[in-house]
Design a protein around this ligand. Structure first.
Ligand SMILES: [Zn+2]
Ligand SMILES: [Zn+2]
Ligand SMILES: [Zn+2]
Ligand SMILES: [Zn+2]
Length: 358
């Protein structure tokens, strides 16, 4: 891992993992509890380190000042390093459309958290992934806000069980909580979600499942033959609503490579290189900001535009909207740990589709 010899690897097998959205069935919410080490979209963060969690102030949008929402989190352990036996990357973003600009990464933030095999939070043995009861054996460390999932140091004055980060979130939750307040059926010791969902504050929640990309040896589809999957943006739809021509060599190969799995929302290719969607605003590896520890950062994964279809975001032609071509995430090649800090800032580069007004 820390050695950076992987860039010129002549390994001919594709090692790219693709992420797909998996809708949770009712009653399956437990699958996204942190003790199962989930990869997921939206909802509250499932904090890998449940004790030293980021403050809401650390995740405020620097443009509008509002708290950012979890876009997704990816469980990506690195077996080469004993410090990264468990490892999760979190991508947060602002929910205000007005903070989004072409090719601007300002409303995004990426955090990395990792743990060694011996840690105070999880057993050395893997969890029972199929057991809906397993999470109950998982100890809670600090109370999190029942609305947003960040540290909650205020509790309901009646039951003293429900925690909140602020008065606003308590008020928001009251209609829901008053039914169980006092007779709390909610098992707060395990920190399981009580099912309350604040749609204005967070994105809908889904599981992410990963599959290895099939090698792309099939005949190249012509533009007319590209699949237009249900509910997805096909390239022609993208062109229509953005009123742009999508052109260029990068876009053509983007289209070609993603055509075999048009539903992919994530491409994981650690130490590989991003699949650019445009010739504009590519980031060369020497321009990727180094980690605060001094080590180079390398590419780890990219979020694809298909994810937008699952986020309940408005897409408008006029004015800003929450969207992107790709979001490329770069992480510290040394997976550094600094004392007293459990969540490390990493780097995200946003590349939008090239817009040539027709
Ligand atoms: Zn904002
Ligand atoms: Zn809160
Ligand atoms: Zn209460
Ligand atoms: Zn570092």
């Amino acid at each position: 891992m820390a050695s950076s010899d992987s860039e010129n690897s002549d390994n001919s097998e594709s090692s790219i993992e693709l992420g797909f959205v998996q809708r949770l069935e009712i009653g399956q919410q437990w699958r996204l509890h942190r003790c199962y080490f989930p990869s997921k979209i939206g909802g509250k963060p499932a904090w890998l380190n449940p004790k030293d969690i980021p403050k809401t102030d650390d995740l405020k949008c620097s443009l509008c000042g509002k708290a950012m929402a979890l876009l997704l989190q990816i469980y990506a352990p690195n077996d080469d390093n004993s410090d990264t036996f468990h490892r999760t990357i979190y991508v947060f973003c602002c929910k205000s459309e007005s903070c989004y600009e072409h090719n601007s990464n300002i409303p995004f933030r990426v955090l990395r958290c990792q743990l060694s095999k011996d840690n105070e939070f999880y057993d050395r043995n893997p969890p029972d992934y199929e057991s809906p009861e397993y999470f109950k054996s998982c100890k809670n460390f600090i109370e999190v806000c029942r609305v947003c999932g960040f540290a909650g140091n205020k509790t309901c004055s009646r039951c003293h069980k429900a925690s909140y980060c602020c008065k606003e979130h308590q008020t928001l939750h009251w209609k829901f909580h008053k039914v169980t307040c006092g007779s709390d059926s909610h098992d707060s010791t395990a920190g399981v979600d009580d099912g309350f969902f604040a749609g204005d504050l967070m994105f809908p929640e889904y599981e992410i499942v990963m599959e290895t990309e099939e090698s792309n040896s099939c005949d190249v589809l012509s533009q007319d033959e590209l699949p237009e999957a249900n509910g997805q943006f096909s390239p022609s739809e993208l062109e229509q609503f953005a009123n742009v021509n999508l052109v260029g060599q990068e876009f053509s190969s983007f289209r070609k490579i993603t055509a075999t799995s048009p539903d992919q929302v994530l491409r994981y290719d650690k130490a590989g290189s991003p699949l650019w969607c445009s010739g504009d605003n590519k980031l060369s590896s020497d321009k990727v900001p180094k980690c605060s520890c001094g080590a180079d950062r390398y590419f780890e994964f990219q979020v694809m535009p298909q994810l937008l279809n699952y986020l309940n975001v408005q897409n408008t032609i006029d004015g800003p909207s929450i969207d992107w071509g790709i979001l490329a995430v770069f992480t510290c090649s040394a997976d550094c740990q600094s004392a007293g800090q459990s969540y490390h800032l990493e780097y995200l580069h946003k590349q939008d589709f090239e817009q040539i007004q027709s």
